[in-house]
Design a protein around this ligand. Sequence first.
Ligand code: ZN
Length: 103
Amino acid sequence: MTAPLADALAAGLRVEIADLGDWAPARLVSEYDPRERTIRVNERALARAEGSGGEAARDALFAAAVAHELYHHAVGGAEGGADAFVRERYGIDPARAASVLRR
Ligand SMILES: [Zn+2]
C-alpha cells in the first residue's frame, strides 16, 4: 500500500476510482468531497497514465493524486500549497507523476 492511501484510510476517508469525465485540457485527475469524506481518482487519468508509462506510471499517478487530495483534507488550503505538501510529506514529485498525462 502506498503511504498516501494508507494515510487516507487511516483518516477514515473513502478512496474510489471513478469516471470523473475527460475535461481535457484541464485533465481532471482527482477530487476530494469533504461532505462525503471521499477521494475520487479519475479512472480515465489512470488509464492514460498506464497507456503511456505502464503500471508503474499508473501507480505513481494514483499515489500523487491521493496525496494531493489529502492536502485538501488535512490542510484545507488553496491549490498553491498542494505540490509542496505532496513533496514534503510523501517524497512524491507531483509534476513528474503527472507528466505521463502529457505524452
Ligand atoms: Zn487540488
